[in-house]
Write a protein that binds this ligand. Structure first.
Ligand code: ADP
Ligand code: MG
Ligand code: MG
Length: 535
């Protein structure tokens, strides 16, 4: 490895270890609250919707809970909310006992902590816990509790100092994002429109991957709609199995998407560049199961991904995967289908190659290709080391039956042939129960999908924190600039649409996860409002 790469890698490894040490020494200044009198615009432009303000936005939820704790009559309600959150993080074995303790504490009239607005659910909760402790036994209880809190308590909250503080945080969240918001480390990879760099938010120390799209490249290749599409799809998603968008901003030369940092490299690297080609069965099953959950999340939002391949599945530092690169994803409107030969040669489904209308079926084909390649150490319908032309691959995908080597056990072979069914109307995943059928396949019988969805399953492989899982610097070609393209007014209009700054929920999570929220969200001496103090 060349000295340049070694230096760049060690800077990155050091930054990743950072924690709060990664913050700028001026971080408190960067996150200084505006005086509340300066937050009035924010107050009038904030939509007063309970679910968004007090449930979905992490800082909003936190401040609403602090408000409830300050009111004696709401303390049991907020303790119950906490307990219901904790219930979701319990393993199957602990769930029943924990559920019973919630009922005894909060739903029984004789308990000191009884929350009277939901005590009517006692019997039904006991019953559903007994029938199946893995079901969401408290669903209607939780709903009624929120209904109650969204009434008078929510109105009172909006008159309180806690809501004023929320507005102050919102002001910080809405500040313009520029390249000065971040420190930049080494380049991680190269894409069609530019490079992806490791970066770190100066104020919080949080690490991200910044995907840059060169403005002149985008213009020359008419990539505007595609870039905006990728950004808009990403900001509408919220899944632990798909990369999240933290920020979208622009610099003089680039449009930037700041994404969840995935330090463990992509699956292509793990399948082909470490030891023998292919992965062991436990890893195949775990990655396939998480990708399956990611696909189902996209499909629930009517999004077809269209670019499933090992290169696009990335590992985080704990060894969980996320689907990345949503440049080819499309949102389908109710009842409509997509068309167009889109995807990567060798991984496209037969119905895509055949110029047919298609829907979510193509992603189940993609999952089949992925599982096949993880198991065999080579993609389906190709010999080892063989690189057939695109036309030949298309012929094989449409006409040639699959072959399975000795690496395939019975159940994985059955799963692959069901997913790689050339007829989408018979393909696993495309039948009446959709993705549920895939999860129910016997290859996954050892997987607890409820725990997997909650992030409670330990990955079978953890990337080494001392390694950088990407190509050496000199092996990533420099990105060339385009000559003869000038940017005009219509380009600026498009750039503005892209430049929306931080994505609420993800920004708030960042501030909480890095400990900045806890350190800064202090209130004055008892009873004093933040506006009484010098902020
Ligand atoms: P393109 O759409 O142009 O193909 P990608 O989104 O696939 O761009 O990114 C290009 C490369 O950058 C990837 O192959 C990967 O090596 C790296 N990369 C992309 N996103 C991340 C991320 N979130 N974390 C780490 N590396 C990433
Ligand atoms: Mg890509
Ligand atoms: Mg792409």
């Amino acid at each position: 490895m060349e000295i340049e790469s070694i230096v760049a890698n060690s800077a990155l490894i050091k930054a990743r270890e950072g924690g709060s040490r990664g913050r700028s020494y001026k971080w408190k200044e960067m996150l200084r609250f505006n005086h509340i009198s300066q937050c009035m615009d924010q107050a009038s432009s904030t939509e007063r919707e309970y679910y968004s303000l007090c449930v979905k936005q992490p800082i909003g939820k936190n401040l609403f809970q602090l408000f409830c704790r300050s009111r004696p009559d709401l303390q049991n309600s907020v303790s119950l909310l906490d307990a219901l959150d904790a219930f979701e993080t319990k393993s199957d074995e602990e769930r029943k006992d924990f559920g019973v303790s919630i009922i005894e504490r909060f739903l029984m009239r004789k308990s000191m902590q009884c929350v009277h607005v939901v005590e009517k659910h006692e019997q039904s909760c006991v019953h559903s816990l007994q029938v199946d402790s893995c079901s969401d036994a408290f669903q209607s209880c939780r709903q009624d509790l929120h209904n109650y809190l969204s009434g008078e308590p929510f109105s009172q909250y909006q008159q309180s100092m806690f809501f004023e503080r929320f507005l102050q945080w919102k002001m910080l969240e809405r500040r313009p994002i520029t390249k000065c918001t971040f420190r930049q480390y080494r380049v991680l990879g190269k894409g069609g429109f530019g490079e992806v760099w490791a970066c770190q938010v100066r104020a919080t120390g949080m690490m991200y991957a910044c995907k840059k799209l060169d403005k002149t490249h985008v213009k020359k290749r008419r990539g505007e709609a595609m870039a905006l599409n990728e950004k808009q799809i990403l900001e509408a998603l919220d899944s632990r199995f798909v990369v999240s968008l933290g920020y979208a901003y622009e610099t003089k030369h680039s449009l930037c998407m700041v994404l969840t940092m995935m330090s463990g490299g992509d699956l292509r690297f793990h399948i082909h560049n470490i030891g023998q080609p292919g992965l062991d069965k436990n890893r195949v099953r775990f990655y396939a199961a998480e990708v399956c959950c990611g696909i189902m999340h996209l499909h629930r939002k009517s999004i077809v991904y269209r670019d499933m391949k090992p290169e696009n599945i990335l590992l985080d530092d704990n060894g969980h995967i996320r689907i990345s690169d949503l440049g080819l994803a499309v949102r389908l409107s109710e009842g409509s289908l997509a068309r167009g030969k889109v995807g990567t040669a060798g991984y496209m489904a037969p119905e895509v190659i055949g110029h047919k209308h298609y829907g979510q079926s193509v992603d189940w084909w993609g999952l089949g290709c992925l599982i096949y390649e993880m198991t065999a150490g080579k993609p389906p319908l190709r010999k080892k080391g063989e690189h057939p032309k695109a036309a030949e691959m298309e012929r094989r995908i449409q006409n040639q039956p699959l072959e399975f080597g000795e690496k395939f056990g019975k159940s994985v072979k059955n799963l692959c042939s069901s997913l790689l069914n050339k007829d989408p109307s018979e393909r696993l995943g495309c039948l009446a129960s959709g993705g549920k059928d895939v999860q129910d396949h016997r290859f996954f019988r050892k997987v607890n999908f409820r725990m997997l969805e909650a992030g409670l399953v330990e990955p079978p492989f953890k990337p080494d924190p001392r390694l950088v899982y990407c190509s050496d610097l000199q092996d990533i070609d420099e990105f060339s600039t385009v000559k003869g393209v000038t940017l005009g007014e219509t380009d600026c209009e498009f750039h503005c649409k892209f430049n929306t700054g931080s994505v609420s929920v993800n920004w708030q999570n960042e501030v909480i996860e890095t400990g900045c929220f806890k350190e800064l969200n202090v209130f004055g001496p008892e009873g004093s409002r933040p506006s009484d103090l010098d902020w």
